[in-house]
Write a protein that binds this ligand. Structure first.
Ligand code: GLA
Length: 378
C-alpha cells in the first residue's frame, strides 16, 4: 500500500495570488527552479500548483485541452520538469460547469478529467465551486471527484475549494478530500488575513490528518503585487510584521502552507518568514491537532483583539502563540493553568522563541510579553 496522502498539511506554491490568468509554462518551470534555489523545497514546500486559466475555453472530444499559447507543448512536459526538480505538480479544476474564470469545469466529466490529470502526471488537484448547478448537491460533487481521483491510478492530493459554503466542515472529510477551503478568497491586506483567522478560530476540531482546514494561499511577500486587482483585491499589501503574524497563524492553525507570492524575486524578509523551520515544524507536527484559543490577561481585551493560541505537539511540547490584533502594543499574559498545567503542580515551562530562534528561559504559572500591534510572539 502507498503511504497515505496529506498526513500533514500540504505545502507548496500556487500561481493564483500573484499571477491569476497571466500564467505559462516558463513561469511554472522557473518558479520550480526557484523553489529549489531558495531552499523552499528543502524546507518542505513540495507542490507547484497551476491555478485557474490554464486551458482552452472548449473541450475537445470531451477532454480538457491546455491553452496552446500558455502551454505550447502541453502540460505533461511541465509536470515532468517539476518532477525532475524533486517537486510535485498540481493543477486546478472546478466542481461546476465552468471554473471561476469561465474555463470548462469538471461537472459530469469527473472520471475523464481525473484520468487526464493522471496521464499528465498531476499529484495535486485544487477543486473549486463556481458554476455549480444550483440543483446539484455540493457534497455529492466532491464525493464524485474524490471517487474519480482515488480510482485514476495515480496518487493525487484532493484539495477541495468551496470557500466554506454549505457547512463544508461537517461533510468534507467523508468525500476523500485532503484539505478544504474554509473561507472566501484571501486578499493581500491585514483586514483579510485577520478576518480569515478569526473566522476559523474555535473550529479547531475540524482539521486533522488527511483532511486539513485550508485558510487559503499565503499572501506573505506580495506587498500589494497582485495581478488580480480586476476582482478588486489589490488592496495595499501588509507590513512585514503582519506577514509574520499571518504565517504564524496559518502554521499554528494547521492550514496548508501554499505560497502565493512571486518566489522568483522574494526578498530576504519573505524568505526568512517562509523558511522559518520552527513554525514549519509546528505546522507539520505528525498529529496535526488544531490550535485552541485561550483568553489573555488582562481580561478587558476583547477576545478578537488579543488572544493566545495553543497547539499540542506529538512530543509533549506545546506551541504557544500570543497574537495582538489591536492597533497598539499590548502586554499580553498567558496563564499556564489555561493550558492544563495546575499551578500547584510546581511545573515550569522551558520556553523557546520561534522567531528569535532562541531559548528564553524557565517560567512558572505565567508568561508575559509586550507584543507590537499586528505582531505576535510564538
Ligand atoms: C476562486 C478560488 C481562488 C482561485 C480562483 C480562480 O475564487 O477561491 O482561490 O482559484 O477561483 O478563478
Amino acid at each position: 500500500m502507498n503511504k497515505p496522502l496529506a498526513h500533514t498539511p500540504p505545502m507548496g506554491w500556487n500561481s493564483w495570488n500573484t499571477f491569476s490568468w497571466n500564467i505559462n509554462a516558463e513561469l511554472i518551470m522557473t518558479s520550480a527552479d526557484h523553489m529549489v534555489s531558495t531552499g523552499l523545497r528543502d524546507a518542505g514546500y513540495e507542490y507547484i500548483v497551476i491555478d485557474d486559466c490554464w486551458s482552452e475555453k472548449q473541450r475537445v472530444n470531451g477532454r480538457l485541452v491546455p491553452d496552446k499559447n500558455k502551454f505550447p507543448d502541453g502540460i505533461k512536459p511541465v509536470a515532468e520538469y517539476v518532477h525532475s526538480k524533486g517537486l510535485k505538480f498540481g493543477m486546478y479544476s472546478c466542481a461546476g460547469t465552468h471554473t471561476c474564470a469561465g474555463y470548462p469545469g469538471s461537472f459530469e466529466h469527473e472520471f475523464d478529467d481525473a484520468e487526464t490529470f493522471a496521464e499528465w502526471g498531476v499529484d495535486y488537484l485544487k477543486y473549486d465551486y463556481c458554476y455549480k448547478p444550483s440543483a446539484a448537491d455540493g457534497a455529492n460533487l466532491y464525493k464524485r471527484m474524490g471517487m474519480a481521483l482515488r480510482n485514476c491510478g495515480r496518487d493525487i492530493v484532493f484539495s477541495a475549494c468551496n470557500w466554506g459554503e454549505d457547512n463544508v466542515h461537517h461533510w468534507i472529510r467523508e468525500s476523500g478530500a485532503h484539505s478544504y477551503r474554509s473561507t472566501h478568497d484571501i486578499t493581500d491586506n491585514w483586514d483579510s488575513v485577520r478576518e480569515i483567522a478569526l473566522s476559523q478560530l474555535d473550529k479547531e476540531s475540524f482539521t486533522g490528518n488527511y483532511c486539513h482546514n485550508d485558510m487559503d494561499m499565503l499572501v506573505v511577500g506580495m506587498y500589494g503585487g497582485s495581478n488580480s486587482d480586476w476582482i478588486g483585491s489589490k488592496i495595499g499589501g501588509c507590513t512585514d510584521a503582519q506577514y509574520k503574524t499571518h504565517f504564524s497563524l496559518w502554521a499554528m492553525m494547521g492550514s496548508p502552507l501554499m505560497i502565493g507570492c512571486d518566489i522568483r524575486c522574494a526578498n530576504q524578509v519573505t524568505k526568512d518568514i517562509l523558511l522559518n523551520k520552527d513554525l514549519i515544524a509546528i505546522n507539520q507536527d505528525p498529529e496535526a491537532r488544531g490550535a485552541y484559543r485561550i483568553k489573555v490577561e488582562p481580561q478587558w481585551f476583547h477576545e478578537d483583539e488579543a488572544f493566545v493560541l495553543v497547539k499540542a505537539l506529538q512530543n509533549g511540547d506545546l506551541a504557544i502563540g500570543l497574537y495582538n490584533f489591536s492597533d497598539a502594543p499590548r502586554e499580553l499574559t498567558v496563564q499556564f493553568w489555561d493550558m492544563g498545567i495546575p499551578a500547584a503542580a510546581g511545573v515550569a515551562l522551558s520556553l523557546y522563541d520561534c522567531w528569535e530562534h532562541k531559548e528564553i528561559g524557565l517560567f512558572k504559572e505565567r508568561f508575559a510579553a509586550t507584543v507590537p500591534a499586528g505582531d505576535c510572539v510564538v
